[in-house]
Design a protein around this ligand. Structure first.
Ligand SMILES: Cc1cc2nc3c(=O)[nH]c(=O)nc-3n(C[C@H](O)[C@H](O)[C@H](O)COP(=O)(O)OP(=O)(O)OC[C@H]3O[C@@H](n4cnc5c(N)ncnc54)[C@H](O)[C@@H]3O)c2cc1C
Length: 356
């Protein structure tokens, strides 16, 4: 594993974006340094292990058409594929694939290992190196440096990341990972404008504590669709399920809004418009008596389910009570609590037509 040197392209981050950047550069014959803290984080799905859905599936199809890898990885590790809005017109239909979370990361890691020209360089990138306004490379927190004429930043939710569980906060990238502590300062020093974003994730529930018999089953499409033209062998192997919030859920959340990091005025970051937290939904759509929630497996080998639509920044002690107000979850046990994360992002209006 090479730890310093000259490259054509340096890619910072090994999530979905970093994988595509490294693979695209490799297809052009470049020598690439893919920088990230540890190799097992390549292709990690930190939130829902799903690809596609409204506003996203067309991007995956476009990536695939341009030679990208996400569509293939998604199909290869799919356990449930469904066309959403199938009863409506084609303009609003979208393919959504539920994936084997660990399988997706393993397939991504295999793919990167087999991509010629890509060298993994482990560590935290601390700064861009420039000379007279010209980019020269990057420097790591431990002093190592790499040079290249191009650097692609794919830092996800890590830049100056802070996670929130109710009013408790700590610097972090996402569950169990360290934040990128220094790169933001270097970006500001090199004339970039940063924004503060926030997003959140729902709790993961122990599967064996859920009463699936009282949930509505949502079967996968049969035959299943695919992004790459070749559906995965197990793409129709698992259903998902539906539950919903109840008047008790709404009352409990409304009574405790001041404990939420988002509603307590603690979070400054701007959230994604189409991915509201459950607190948000109860405040913004106060006339709705219930909100549908999808119960989605994290894979066939995992012991937990993901509660799509229930992301929250309430304290863990309240999350236990909130979950037990949902049909089928009366005796549910939380395996990993919901949290919100705030992070720095580059303001996109700074992009030139070359995408630089
Ligand atoms: C709580 C939460 C909720 C989310 N909800 C949604 C959602 O609903 N819909 C959605 O589309 N997306 C959601 N996401 C975003 C999800 O992270 C992305 O969809 C996807 O993972 C982004 O991929 P990425 O490659 O941009 O970044 P990531 O997967 O975050 O990968 C970033 C990589 O960069 C590395 N890195 C960062 N800084 C440095 C540095 N300085 N030096 C070296 N390595 C570095 C990290 O270690 C990591 O490997 C959520 C994420 C979180 C954490």
């Amino acid at each position: 594993m090479k730890q310093s040197g000259r490259f054509d392209v340096i890619v910072v981050g090994g999530g979905h974006a970093g994988i595509e950047a490294a693979s695209a550069a490799a297809r052009l014959g470049a020598k690439i340094a893919l920088c990230l803290p540890t190799p097992d984080k390549i292709g990690l799905m930190p939130c829902n292990p799903a690809i596609g859905g409204p506003g996203k599936s067309q991007m995956v199809f476009e990536l695939h058409a341009l030679g990208g890898v996400m569509g293939r990885l998604a199909d290869q590790t799919a356990i449930h594929a469904r066309t959403l809005n199938a009863s409506k017109g084609p303009a609003v239909q979208s393919l959504r694939v539920q994936n084997e979370r660990d399988g997706y990361a393993a397939a991504a890691q295999e793919l990167i290992a087999a991509t010629s020209g890509v060298v993994l360089v482990l560590g935290e990138v601390a700064a861009l190196q420039t000379d007279g306004g010209v980019l020269r490379g990057v420097q790591f927190t431990d002093g190592r440096s790499l040079s290249a004429p191009s650097v692609v930043l794919c830092t996800g939710t890590f830049l100056a990341g802070v996670v929130w569980y109710g009013k408790q906060q700590r610097p972090a990238g996402r569950q169990g990972e360290a934040p990128a502590r220094h790169l933001s300062n270097s970006l500001k020093a090199t004339g970039h404008t940063l924004l503060r974003f926030k997003t959140g994730t729902p709790p993961r529930i122990r599967s064996d504590s859920v009463d699936f018999s009282s949930l509505a089953v949502v079967p996968a499409d049969d035959p299943p669709g695919s992004f790459s033209g070749t559906p995965g062998k197990r793409a129709a192997s698992s259903p998902t399920w539906l539950t919903c919030t109840t008047p008790e859920t709404h009352a409990l959340i409304a009574r405790n809004l001041h404990h939420s990091a988002m509603y307590g005025g603690d979070i400054e970051g701007q959230g994604p418009r189409y991915c509201p937290s459950i607190e948000d939904k109860i405040v913004r759509f106060a006339d709705k008596e219930r909100h549908l929630l999808f119960v989605e497996p994290d894979g066939s080998d995992t012991s937990e389910v993901y509660l799509q639509g229930f992301s929250s920044s309430m304290p863990p002690i309240l999350q236990d009570d909130m979950i037990r107000t949902l049909p089928g979850f009366e005796r549910a046990t939380v395996q990993r609590y919901a949290y919100a994360v705030e992070y720095d992002a580059l303001d996109l209006v700074q992009l030139r037509v070359s995408m630089m």
